[in-house]
Design a protein around this ligand. Structure first.
Ligand code: ATP
Length: 289
């Protein structure tokens, strides 16, 4: 079964966001969007505007369609119905306006591409001339991005020899190097130590607040980024809710969404959700004991 969000939970209802960007068009716009694989409907009737400068957290259990949503925005996965625009144009592959931090995955240990080359790929698709000035500017941008994630020291090493966290910091630099208008992050903090989780969260947040990017941030763990989040899109079993963290992350809304009793409490500024495990799956009482 699928459900549309309740009135007031769709569209941009955050005053803070509206104040920051009163007249600009949405950076991401979905209308009546449905994604199905065969008879399985991941989500349906999704109307969503993400404004420039907005930070949207995307939550939901394994298989609820979070990564698939990012793939739709990247033009890698067509919608089953409805429409999708990114930075004012229909979603298409290779958009230079999008930065993408993919879900962490192991790279082949024999991969010889260097870290700084990987970051430079983030500038491909942009219009760079071959003159000395453009080459210098390209190098400067890559150097700045490497420095921002503390990757300068290992930037010339082959990717295959780097740790998971070191590789992940390079992926973050690659996504940010082009100063994207839309930043898509798929569990970007996984495998990072606490200090680099903080640093990367800050960089992503700056891209929204200072550079005006729309950020879609897929995560199973909301607390580390809760202070940065304007709105939440929560997907569960074909249904979804959209709203501010307070509107979505409460016992009533999550119980309705999961179709079973879920308790949400705020403890010292953190959200504690009982009845849902770390992956966002419903936990039966016996499993919690
Ligand atoms: N091309 C495809 N054809 C058929 N099924 C697919 C395809 N791509 C994804 N799926 C299925 O759609 C579901 C949603 O996948 P998706 O990767 O979007 O989930 P997710 O919410 O990101 O999950 P996770 O939290 O585990 O990363 C999964 O069950 C997956 O197997």
């Amino acid at each position: 079964m699928t459900a549309k969000p309740e009135a007031g939970h769709s569209g941009h209802d955050s005053t803070a966001v509206a104040d920051r960007a009163p007249s600009r068009a949405p950076a991401v716009q979905l209308r009546g969007a449905q994604l199905s694989y065969g008879t399985r409907v991941l989500w349906d009737g999704l109307d969503l505007d993400v404004e420039p400068g907005e930070f949207l957290a995307v939550l939901g259990p394994n298989g609820s369609g979070k990564t698939s949503l990012l793939r739709v925005l990247l033009g890698l996965q067509p919608l089953s119905s409805g429409s999708v625009k990114v930075a004012g144009a229909p979603a298409h592959r290779g958009s230079a306006r999008i930065g993408y931090i993919p879900q962490q995955r192991a790279v082949d240990a024999t991969l010889t591409v260097r870290g700084r080359d990987l970051v430079g790929f983030g500038l491909d698709g942009h219009h760079w001339g071959m003159g000395i000035r453009q080459r210098r500017e390209r190098r400067r941008r890559v150097d700045d991005a490497l420095r921002a994630v503390d990757a300068t020291a290992y930037a010339k090493m082959p990717l295959g020899l780097l740790s998971g966290g070191e590789q992940q910091r390079l992926r973050v630099a690659q996504a940010l190097v082009s100063d994207p208008a839309v930043l898509l992050c798929d569990e970007p903090l996984l495998s990072l130590d606490i200090a680099h989780q903080r640093k990367v969260s800050r960089l992503i947040s700056q891209q929204a607040r200072d550079a005006g990017a729309a950020v879609l941030f897929v995560t199973h763990e909301l607390n580390p980024v809760l202070p940065l989040v304007d709105r939440v899109l929560y997907l569960v079993g074909g249904r979804f809710r959209i709203g501010t963290p307070d509107e979505v992350m409460n016992s009533e809304t999550l119980s309705e969404l999961y179709g079973t009793r879920i308790e949400v409490a705020r403890v010292g500024g953190r959200l504690v959700v009982s009845g849902v495990d770390e992956e966002g799956c419903h936990v039966h009482e016996a499993e919690q004991a």
